[in-house]
Design a protein. Structure first.
Length: 213
């Protein structure tokens, strides 16, 4: 990591686990420090043991949530002397409709790290499928489960699907060890090329025999 003078570093900052996450999407809780470039790292200062980069957990934007409530006119159209319709004459009615119109679901979540593990049946077959997402505007990957993957693919409003690019990897786990490693490496490179997924191999730590048995 490049050297930065103390004047360009804010040290001994703390987070409760709701503000920052590791690059793989796992929430981070504890001490962190910030450098002048705008990046954040774990630990009290650059002298901490093996600091890791963390990023802000994205916030939900109200305008990204579909509205299902329609606004209904309170006056008759083409009325030269309009009067408010009876159903809108109650202040309580107007308030309750406003609250219903502006309420926002609170259950929308970001994808979180939850990898799928091979079963005994998968080892008999020789492969299984791994599920991932990439942040659309950043090189951040998260390995997820099939349930989250299906929600994102189907653009389910309970998850932040618009901010992530989903993809899968067929993963070899048994057979000749060298052949398994070569096959998985080629799959990763081909998937990265076809889907424009930079540094995918780095995220996987180039471990092409993971789960091999």
């Amino acid at each position: 990591m490049p050297y930065y003078p103390l004047s360009q570093i804010k040290t001994n900052l703390q987070t409760d686990g709701t503000e920052y996450q590791y690059l793989d999407g796992t929430p981070y809780k504890g001490f962190y420090y910030k450098i002048s470039t705008g990046k954040y790292y774990t630990g009290k200062s650059p002298q901490s043991d093996q600091p890791q980069e963390i990023v802000e957990i994205p916030n939900v934007k109200l305008n990204s949530i579909p509205q299902t409530k329609q606004i209904v006119a309170a006056f008759k159209s083409n009325d030269a002397d309009p009067t408010i319709l009876p159903e809108f004459q109650s202040t309580q009615n107007i308030y309750s409709d406003y609250v219903a119109l502006t309420s926002v679901p609170t259950s929308i979540q970001n994808p979180y790290y939850n990898p799928t593990y091979p079963t005994d049946e998968d080892y008999t077959i020789g492969e299984f499928r791994r599920y991932f997402v990439k942040r659309a505007n950043n090189i951040i990957y998260i390995e997820i489960d099939k349930e989250q993957y299906d929600l994102i693919i189907n653009k389910n409003p309970s998850i932040m699907f618009a901010m992530y690019i989903p993809f899968t990897l067929p993963w070899n786990i048994s057979g000749d060890k060298n052949k398994v490693a070569t096959t998985n490496e080629n799959i990763v490179k081909l998937t990265a090329f076809r889907n424009r997924l930079p540094k995918l191999g780095d995220y996987l730590k180039h471990n092409y025999i993971k789960y091999y048995k």
